[in-house]
Design a protein. Sequence first.
Length: 355
Amino acid sequence: MSEYTDSDIDYQKLKEEYDPKKVFDTLNIVISIKDTKYDDQLSYVIDGILFRNKCETEFMKSLTTKLSDHFKETDLLKSFSPSHKSWSAFYLFKELIDCIESKSESKQCYYRGQNSNWPLEPTIFREGRKGFTDNFRESYNKIFGDIKRRFPHQFKANSNKPSEEALNKATELSILQHYGFGTPLLDITENPFVAMLFMTHNYEQTVPFLPEPDVFFVVPNGDHRLFQSVRIEDDNPRLIAQQGAFLDFDYLGNIQSKIGKRNSAKIERVQISVDYKRDQDLHDNDDKDIENDREKDTMRLVGKELLNKLSSFHYNYEDLFPDFSNYITYLKGKYQGREQDTGDTNTIYKMNRDL
């Protein structure tokens, strides 16, 4: 376990110093999707797959080579149904994840999904209308302490062992995360299909919808860097349903102090992203508005297909929130009038826009 100190963490300073490129050793896999037609109906094809970013650790270099070699031998343009002239996005995501897991050696894979290219940061670092102020981050230790004093019944008694200090705090923070409060925790999951559910949720209102699953590598019983499991409390059943764990940015200062001394201090990660490409032969004379509408419609088609395929495997978004209050909030967002939507119909999702 990484060295941990809880006292007087300066979250504003941590945010200002945080640079994902300096913390994560990332292989970026880009899937190109191009619109097409089948029986005069909109469809899409997988146009290609690229492996970007020169990784630093030997494990990530080897993984890049193995994945690249595998997909050189894979015919992505092979039809899998009459209406598709290529692989489907779902089965390509699944094939990528299967390959990554099979080549992860002794490391354990954890996943995170989001529906657009959001920054890789915990909620406490986010700014703007849906984020938090500098004053919130500067006062966070006091705010957190005040909440625990005011509502002690919400926090179960923790172990007094110094070795479990980080686990104690992360467990308490996970309760605040459950209620949509800003924390230094970033949700991840053991289950790639759970990550894909978060990746596809609200796809119809997300512009642009660009599904993006991430894979993080953890060494069991080793130096976990930012990785943090938590105690599963009876009043936080969503962690069980989501098979959840966290990247705990309380460790960030310790991690950044080691990076530069050795590349292996970086957290190994695969980022899978989608790049839309217009078909020049179909739309050579389209104006900008028509081109934008075509991209939205194509990516919504991808989102609908992903969600339907997950449902066929019995993965449904409402099952991720088994507690009463969040399930009712989910239903409310699902059936509220669409004409009033602003792109965030679900309170849960507004607070936790990604996993």
